[in-house]
Write a protein that binds this ligand. Structure first.
Ligand code: ZN
Length: 265
């Protein structure tokens, strides 16, 4: 039998190694594209107490009145697949006819802190449910979360608090643990603000920084005077500073943070 094209591609191990890396890179690019440019639909479906029961492995759907279906299918911008009612599942009879509207997958905007907050609140349920469903959108969300959590570079205290939240620990246990480990005392109000606003915002910012870093052309980057990192000229990377010509501080936020800590801040 003559060798096939595939045989030739794989005839030496170095070539195989190269191909493997090209494939890995392609997958990574595909991943970034998926991550950043998928359209954002509403996040209504992922709020307690429904999250446990939500089917993360399938497309989402909801029932809409016939008039609403008509309005949507008439809207060219929605690129409706079919305008024929027969192609849709329906229930009820006129005038109470309802049509099943399928949304291709749940979408999630990492740069929206309310989305991040909802995910944190449902993390435990989602993890229990998705643990063995590796090739699903819900599972990818968990992986993305771990990645952005790392990128957010939370302080040890914030990271501990987040961990407690992900494990669904009670406020009392968390506050006691905080005192035992870090000798810091917070009250319930402070803790719920950290959970509702601060941590989701930090993770959303990490996602926004990640996107901006990949999107900004190299010649538009600004060099940090302190660490030399080339970073986008944006408030996500540099603090505003009116005395500078370009309006941004000369050191990146990460360097300023380290300097603050070094000064005992
Ligand atoms: Zn720097």
């Amino acid at each position: 039998m003559p060798p096939s094209e595939t045989d030739e591609l794989f005839d030496n191990s170095y070539r195989l190694y190269q191909l493997k890396h090209i494939l890995i890179d392609l997958r990574r690019h595909q991943y970034y594209l998926k991550d950043f440019y998928k359209p954002v639909i509403t996040f209504n479906n992922i709020t307690p107490p429904h999250a446990q029961y939500y089917d993360w492995t399938a497309d989402a759907f909801y029932w809409i009145p016939y008039d609403e279906w008509k309005r949507r299918t008439d809207n060219a911008l929605l690129h409706t697949i079919s305008r024929n009612l027969k192609d849709y599942e329906t229930r009820g009879t006129p005038p109470n006819l309802e049509v099943k509207w399928v949304v291709r997958r749940h979408t999630f905007n990492w740069e929206d802190p309310t989305h991040v907050r909802a995910l944190i609140n449902n993390y435990e349920a989602l993890k229990n449910y998705m643990g063995d469903k590796l090739n699903t959108y819900g599972y990818t969300l968990l992986l993305d979360f771990d990645r952005y959590r790392k990128m957010a570079n939370l302080s040890p205290v914030r990271d501990y608090l987040l961990q407690q939240k992900l494990l669904n620990e009670s406020y009392t246990d968390t506050l006691n643990g905080l005192e035992a480990r870090f000798n810091i005392r917070y009250n319930d109000n402070h803790l719920s603000t950290i959970y509702a606003k601060e941590i989701p915002q930090k993770i959303a910012n990490a996602a926004a920084r990640h996107r901006l870093l990949l999107e900004t052309p190299p010649d538009e980057l600004k060099k940090c005077h302190h660490c030399g990192a080339m970073l986008p000229r944006s408030n996500l990377f540099y603090a505003f500073n009116r005395s500078r010509r370009d309006g941004f501080s000369s050191s990146c936020k990460e360097c300023e943070r380290k300097m603050r800590i070094a000064r005992g801040g």
